[in-house]
Design a protein around this ligand. Structure first.
Ligand SMILES: *[C@@H]1O[C@H](CO)[C@@H](O)[C@H](O)[C@H]1NC(C)=O
Ligand SMILES: *[C@@H]1O[C@H](CO)[C@@H](O)[C@H](O)[C@H]1NC(C)=O
Ligand SMILES: *[C@@H]1O[C@H](CO)[C@@H](O)[C@H](O)[C@H]1NC(C)=O
Ligand SMILES: *[C@@H]1O[C@H](CO)[C@@H](O)[C@H](O)[C@H]1NC(C)=O
Ligand SMILES: *[C@@H]1O[C@H](CO)[C@@H](O)[C@H](O)[C@H]1NC(C)=O
Ligand SMILES: *[C@@H]1O[C@H](CO)[C@@H](O)[C@H](O)[C@H]1NC(C)=O
Length: 657
């Protein structure tokens, strides 16, 4: 594949993902199972709206016409009753970020009785309707419709898809609890809007759409619009999940895969009055028992219970646990020096064992000098605490005590990657297979943080010391998102710029703004260190070898890039991979942010789905990058369709615990 395509692709994904900020929740929007957005909860006659924080420019300002676009999202609806829908959800394009005074029930949280159907709304919605409302001429209680300014659909069809295999129509039930994908594509040249619904396990949209509307949508929409989702409940409840979404400014049919499609929990059972009474009695009894137990000194018994609770699934779903200081103090034997695992810019890390269980934990102690910003801190912690991924270190909980904050993580027995990069004679060297796996693990974690989670999380402090190795030699990224907290003034001891010297991207120093691209920069350097088995800067090395990246570039120019790899792993059979990772590392850690690929592109290259272009050296060596060459949209399209295997890697692999 040509460099051009690769470059466009990288740039394209960067723009595409960075273009949206985060959701602003209104009404009953919350975060449910595994961090997915729930647009409604169990409250009846309620609605939720979640619009992107930023406006999208969707018109060409000189022609006043819409630009083509595509939106893909994954969703699922969990009904209260298996065979009866609530009201449904919709993808909405709106001139305002919230739709004030919208109504629940049949109005889907978009319109109300007065403004329904008014042409001054400037709203287009694609509804996933699970209730038959005769007043709006609904065809059934399980349909997809295109709505302009009101709830009476312009076109609609029963939920289902045309199978590419035989062209036959297959029914789908929107309330089946199954994850489905909706693909919305608008082509301005064709003045055509296509909507395709299909199960999430089909990774490429079926060729024949469910709905097709031939109309120029330009007159209905404003130049800049907010994109988002709404859902509502009526007298029957349903939880509407929005799992992840992708917006793009061109006609596109991306291949999107979940490596394991989640099975969503059932609708929470209402506890009847009788169970409530039983519960209340149990609670009272247990409170009394608890008092009695502590009086009689059965503290251990209690501790044991508590510790077990920490690891319960429900607790993990609803965010991290708040530990009592005493628990942590006991766990770390009073923060004894002997328990100290390490010290970093942000505090000390102690090893501990939760009393009453053999769960090993790592407790990070960090000081903060003010009460200010505490609520932001806690909000941040709860976001971070909900992240579950096999390549992220789990944050189990936190504690506040006096001037200190304590963060409790899973203990990683094999320490950090840092240790393995030491030129210490006694340190066992990692094999190439182990190293390559570590690199891929970290990349997977970053793809998750940057692109798969409901909001973009920038790590801000990627370095070998933050890459931890678990029992099975899997790498897990630690400390994610926290650098931001320190940025906000949580750590008086460190310098102003959060991050670690050497791993800070040049544009970050200039602008002070961390982006996904600054993470890619640091990741590129880590890749190089892993292959070369040395530090970024080594004073003892020969003069031309002192700065790792420069040295690699010099070797590359002389056609000897492999010599940069550490001797113990330099073998013929590793040759291809070594070269790939070295070059990719140089590309990622390039001074010009515009040259660095997005993490999804990095992942594709690492997993062999895409290849590095042949003339990469020319690009990397260019003194100053002058922007990607002009290309027509067709080329971009071609490229995306031929190779975008965006892997939504599994975020549920924590099951095995
Ligand atoms: C459910 O949403 C309503 C708003 O519609 C909100 O008041 C309520 O607190 C939410 N319930 C839960 C359990 O989050
Ligand atoms: C807007 O439309 C004009 C005329 O068709 C075209 O030349 C221009 O490139 C378009 N601008 C954008 C940003 O697409
Ligand atoms: C409906 O919403 C509009 C604003 O979108 C508001 O002006 C109007 O008063 C609302 N009507 C009702 C009945 O709430
Ligand atoms: C539509 O809404 C506008 C502004 O809210 C209002 O002035 C107008 O009367 C409405 N039209 C109808 C037919 O209700
Ligand atoms: C699909 O659903 C429609 C309407 O509910 C029904 O008439 C039809 O028989 C179903 N088709 C299949 C193949 O189940
Ligand atoms: C919409 O679907 C039709 C097939 O029914 C297809 O020919 C057309 O190209 C599609 N339009 C867009 C914009 O994808």
């Amino acid at each position: 594949m040509s460099l051009l395509c690769q470059a466009i692709l990288a740039l394209f994904f960067t723009l595409f993902y960075n273009s949206h900020g985060y959701f602003i929740p209104q009404g009953s929007v919350g975060i449910g199972y595994n961090g997915y957005f729930t647009l409604t909860n169990t409250t009846k006659h309620a609605y939720g709206q979640a619009f992107d924080s930023e406006l999208y420019s969707i018109k060409n300002s000189s022609t006043g016409l819409l630009t083509s676009f595509s939106v893909n999202f994954f969703f699922a609806i969990v009904p209260e009753h298996n065979h009866q829908g609530s009201h449904g959800m919709a993808f909405v394009m709106s001139p305002t970020r919230d739709l004030p005074r919208a109504s629940s029930d049949q109005y889907l949280g978009i319109f109300n009785e007065t403004n329904n159907g008014n042409t001054s709304n400037h709203v287009i919605a694609i509804e996933l309707d699970i209730h038959k409302d005769d007043e709006f001429g609904d065809i059934d209680d399980n349909h997809v419709g295109i709505n302009i300014n009101g709830l009476r659909s312009v076109v609609s069809a029963p939920a289902g898809y045309y199978d590419d295999k035989d062209g036959n129509f297959r029914n789908l039930s929107l309330i089946s609890r199954k994850v489905m994908r909706l693909s919305i594509v608008y082509s301005q040249p064709d003045q055509q809007l296509n909507v395709t619904l299909f199960p999430a396990d089909i990774s490429v949209p079926p060729k024949k759409p469910l709905l097709s509307l031939n109309r120029d949508l330009s007159p209905y929409l404003r130049e800049k619009m907010y994109l988002g989702f709404t859902a509502s409940t009526g007298s029957v409840g349903a939880i509407h999940y929005m799992m992840s979404w992708f917006v793009n400014g061109v006609v596109e049919y991306p291949r999107l895969e979940f490596s394991r499609i989640p099975i969503l929990p059932r609708y929470p059972k209402k506890s009847s009055n009788r169970t409530k009474t039983v519960l209340a009695v149990c609670l009272t009894v247990s409170v009394i028992a608890a008092f009695a137990a502590s009086w009689f000194g059965f503290v251990f018994y209690l501790r044991h219970k508590k510790v077990k609770e920490v690891l319960e699934e429900w607790e993990i779903q609803y965010g991290p646990h708040r530990f009592a200081y005493k628990e942590l103090d006991n766990a770390t034997k009073g923060f004894k020096e002997k328990q100290l695992l390490g010290k970093g810019g942000f505090g000390q890390v102690y090893k501990g064992t939760l009393p009453g269980s053999d769960a090993e934990i790592a407790v990070k102690r960090t000081s903060h000098d003010s009460r200010q910003g505490m609520s932001e801190f806690l909000a941040e912690i709860s976001t971070i605490g909900r992240l579950r991924h096999p390549n992220l270190v789990r944050l189990l909980g936190y504690c506040r005590h006096k001037e200190n904050l304590y963060l409790v993580y899973d203990f990683m027995p094999n320490g950090s990657l840092d240790k393995y990069l030491n030129r210490n004679e006694n340190q066992e060297r990692l094999t190439w297979e182990q190293r390559f796996k570590i690199i891929k693990d970290v990349a997977t974690a970053l793809v998750h943080l940057h692109q798969e989670w409901v909001q973009v999380i920038i790590h801000r402090d990627i370095k070998p010391a933050n890459v931890l190795i678990d029992h099975d030699m899997n790498a897990r990224l630690g400390d994610f998102g926290l650098a931001k907290l320190y940025d906000q003034g949580f750590d008086p001891e460190t310098s102003k710029v959060a991050g670690t010297f050497g791993y800070i991207a040049p544009e970050f120093l200039r602008t002070g703004r961390a982006t996904t691209s600054t993470d890619v920069y640091a990741f590129g350097l880590v890749m190089l260190e892993v292959v070369c088995g040395r530090r970024l800067i080594e004073r003892r090395a020969a003069e031309n070898e002192e700065y790792l990246v420069e040295w690699i570039l010099e070797l590359w120019e002389n056609g000897k890039i492999l010599e940069a790899a550490e001797e113990s792993i330099r073998q013929e059979r590793n040759r291809g991979q070594l070269e790939l990772v070295l070059k990719l590392g140089v590309l990622c850690s390039h001074q010009a942010a515009s040259i660095r690929p997005a993490m999804s592109a990095v992942m594709r290259i690492l997993s062999g789905v895409s290849q590095l272009p042949d003339n990469l050296l020319d690009v990397v060596r260019a003194e100053k990058f002058k922007g990607w060459p002009e290309t027509s949209m067709e080329e971009v399209l071609l490229d995306v369709n031929s190779l975008s295997t965006l892997e939504l890697t599994d975020s549920f692999a924590d099951h095995g615990r």
